[in-house]
Design a protein around this ligand. Structure first.
Ligand code: GMT
Length: 389
């Protein structure tokens, strides 16, 4: 892996949500890659991040313990997190915090930085904006001033797409340069798999296999996944694989029952390794209302699967319409379905789309993207710790 040389390895506090959301996945994969480069990476979160599944001697996890007290209806997580960040930074002599998802991590990082400064320890803060921390919940008037302030106070701010950078500048009093560092994928892990018999477990011969992977939140528009599938299946034999779990799952299962399509739609819950399931599919469906980047789409493409997605947000930067997938506007749903049917009916063109998807994903390999973060760390640390290559 090409990377930078520093005077010494960095000591990084990585703060993220531990669940299956894209920001936690990104943070975890980045942390693992940085640890492989020799940096010490300390994850700080309320439970062990889902993909923190390897042992490396310079990769650590520090659990935030919540304080419960009868007076609190809601325990103040941001304070518990800040306290833990201060403790870890002091004990491990951290150089910087890299916080993923602004709410509340960037606020906690600012507080921790101030507390540490008052004790004579300087630490830098790199904030990565991932999506709804800006586009949905972040701009809620209750949170917006706090998010603005935390962004301004970060030493470095990154966004995962040009779209998200634009939204940040549009909605927030940012007064900060926002650098775009896109999502990435580990191509050693995400590649076309051909596990014998896996496709056949879900999908009869002669069917096309469609897949959706998400955390089943409203923003993913699960109802539209099902509508797209039903429309496609009205033209060609097709099966749908629904991977993931979340608040919209029960409603989706109910819809499929009402449509009497239980034998053709498989809900398989959260799955690791998702790459094996993606690999056996012919097309991914991702009609999200907004998607700052669309990591699930990138991971599917790395497995050689084209993506039919909404023409929204960062998806339009990743997916090349008519080359490695389709971008479907709200007004052109029927046309989108027809294009998908035409693709699935034509094995030769489908193979072309598959190859184009693989090629596109190769431009987002972790080996290419990780050095951008290291460069930003070097910049944030300035003379504190020099990058020497
Ligand atoms: O912003 C969110 O909804 C949460 C976040 C997550 O943790 O799942 O997802 C976002 O971050 C991913 C990683 O950067 C992006 O690939 C997703 O597009 C983005 N989700 C949305 O914008 C809805």
């Amino acid at each position: 892996m090409h990377t930078m040389n520093f005077e010494r390895p960095l000591r990084i506090g990585m703060v993220c949500y531990p669940t299956y959301g894209g920001s936690g996945v990104l943070a975890t994969e980045l942390g693992k890659a940085l640890a492989l480069q020799g940096h010490s990476v300390h994850f700080i979160s309320n439970t062990q991040p889902a993909r923190l599944d390897v042992f490396l001697e310079n990769l650590y996890f520090h659990e935030v313990s919540m304080v419960h007290y009868p007076l609190f209806e809601y325990s103040p997580y941001v304070l518990a997190l800040t306290g833990k960040m201060v403790e870890v930074a002091r004990e491990q002599q951290l150089d910087l915090f890299h916080v993923h998802y602004a709410i509340p991590h960037a606020t906690a990082a600012h507080l921790a930085k101030e507390i540490l400064a008052s004790q004579g320890q300087q630490i830098r803060v790199v904030t990565t904006l991932h999506g709804t921390d800006i586009t949905l919940v972040g701009k809620d008037p209750n949170y917006a001033p706090v998010v603005s302030f935390a962004i301004q106070k970060s030493d470095v701010v990154t966004a995962v797409s040009e779209y998200l950078r634009g939204e940040t500048l549009r909605y927030f009093d940012c007064r900060k340069e926002v650098m775009v560092v896109p999502n990435f994928v580990d191509l050693l892990r995400f590649k076309p798999f051909a596990r014998a018999g896996l496709r056949e477990r879900f999908c009869p011969a002669g069917h096309r296999l469609l897949v959706h992977v998400s955390n089943f939140r409203r923003v993913k528009r699960i109802d539209r996944v099902l509508e797209w599938y039903r429309a496609i299946a009205s033209f060609i034999p097709a099966t749908l694989l629904m991977v993931g779990d979340g608040p919209e799952l029960p409603k989706a299962e109910q819809t499929i029952k009402e449509w009497g399509m239980q034998s053709k739609v498989h809900f398989v819950g959260r799955q690791d390794p998702v790459e094996e399931l993606c690999s056996v599919a012919d097309l991914m469906l991702l009609p999200s209302e907004t998607e700052s980047f669309g990591l699930a789409a990138l991971e599917a493409m790395a497995c050689g699967v084209p993506v039919m997605a909404s023409q929204a947000g960062g998806l339009t930067e990743l997916i090349q319409d008519g080359v490695n997938g389709f971008l479907v506007s709200d007004e052109e749903q029927a046309r989108g379905v027809q294009r998908a049917v035409d693709l699935l009916n034509n094995t030769e063109i489908l193979d072309q789309f598959r190859r184009a998807a693989l090629h596109r994903a190769s431009q987002y390999n972790i080996t290419q993207i990780m050095p951008h973060y290291e460069g930003l760390y070097a910049g944030a640390l300035g003379r504190g710790i020099r990058e020497i290559s």
